[in-house]
Design a protein around this ligand. Structure first.
Ligand SMILES: [Zn+2]
Length: 350
């Protein structure tokens, strides 16, 4: 197809897109017609795959938080599992790479499956120089090729597999109100693009988060791992009522549901760290919160290669234990609707 025919071919979706609010283009240079056509094609690929699952009477899920390690992640296996357990898309943030490029390459190879996501802040390039990392993310976003940002570790305790391996190298503190934090919140305000934070729940950290949210009211923040409390004695103030107070004060704050299984014990503290569950079920107050504010929560796997074999189990558990008890309309928002809105800038079906 020559360029003119390609543009004619693309004209309809481009016209439609021109009237939409498109997060990544919000404040960047005007996009060319070609850019808009590429963007329309990406969104159409996601829409078709997701709609195909709905047409079969299934509940599709968009996995908003997952870490891609090129050469280690078994993409073929993962895609087979996505088909098997109705994962429409994964927002795959690359770790251990100099830029976000591998996530975009993956999308170009398998457009319907993967959402181009900027780098995952879960490896030394983030910890060692977070400000430079955010600059790189800003440059990647400016291309207009990315739809959401990866997870940034501001406060992170060693993960269970690192505890197992006696690897305490990922006990991370990057001040949320330091230069990288300000740059990231500002970047989200400027571009309308959502970003994810890993921020352990500790009482002294909460006022810092609140002050950043107040200072950058348009920043789209996804606070990962709702209710995951690894040291209960450090987190007296956090409960469903506190989360509700954040939600009512900060209209662009979201939470992802990448949480350990209900019976999980975080070994360093001995605590049952998944506090949204009570007696093995989604707690009543948490359920009421999700029903009351259905636009603020998103499912996620927290996939990374060491736990690859658990992918289907993890997503199946979220489906049964978190989405299962919710009402039908709310379930659809948490499963894919909210992610769709943050990624594309429009409501599903709009
Ligand atoms: Zn995390």
């Amino acid at each position: 197809m020559d360029r003119r025919r390609f543009l004619q071919h693309a004209a309809a979706p481009v016209t439609a897109l021109a009237t939409m609010s498109i997060p990544a283009f919000a404040q960047s240079a005007p996009a060319s017609t070609g850019d808009l056509a590429v963007r329309a094609a990406s969104i159409e690929a996601w829409r078709q795959r997701l709609q195909g699952m709905l047409d079969k009477g299934r509940l599709p899920m968009i996995d908003i938080q997952a870490t891609y390690v090129p050469g280690v992640t078994n993409i073929g296996q993962l895609m087979a599992w996505m088909d098997e357990v109705d994962i429409a898309q994964i927002a795959f943030a690359t770790a251990s790479s100099p830029d976000s490029g591998p996530s975009l390459e993956l999308h170009r190879q398998y457009p319907g499956y993967f959402i181009p996501t900027t780098s995952s802040g879960e490896f030394p390039r983030w910890w060692n120089n977070p400000a430079a990392f955010v600059s790189r993310v800003a440059a990647d976003l400016k291309t207009g090729n990315y739809y959401t940002m990866g997870e940034h570790e501001f406060r992170h305790y060693p993960s269970p597999e690192q505890v197992e391996a006696r690897n305490n190298g990922r006990d991370i503190t990057v001040p949320l109100d330091g230069p990288a934090g300000h740059a990231l919140f500002q970047l989200s305000e400027d571009t309308g693009t959502a970003f994810q934070i890993h921020y352990e729940i500790e009482d002294p950290l909460l006022p810092v988060l609140e002050s950043m949210l107040a200072r950058y009211p348009k920043a789209r923040v996804i606070w990962c791992h709702l209710g995951m409390i690894r040291y209960p004695d450090r987190a007296k103030a956090y409960n469903p009522a506190y989360v509700k107070s954040l939600i009512t004060r900060f209209p662009h704050l979201h939470f992802d549901l990448a949480v350990p299984r209900a019976e999980n014990i975080y070994r360093p503290s001995g605590a049952r760290d998944s506090t949204i569950f009570q007696n093995g079920r989604l707690g009543e107050e948490w359920q009421a919160l999700m029903e009351g504010f259905p636009d603020r929560f998103l499912v996620a796997s927290d996939y990374r290669p060491p736990v690859e074999s658990l992918y289907r189990t993890t997503m199946g558990r979220h489906r049964n234990q978190i989405l299962g008890p919710l009402s039908e309309a709310v379930r659809h928002k948490l499963a894919y609707g909210n992610a769709w809105r943050l990624v594309t800038g429009n409501s599903w079906g709009a």
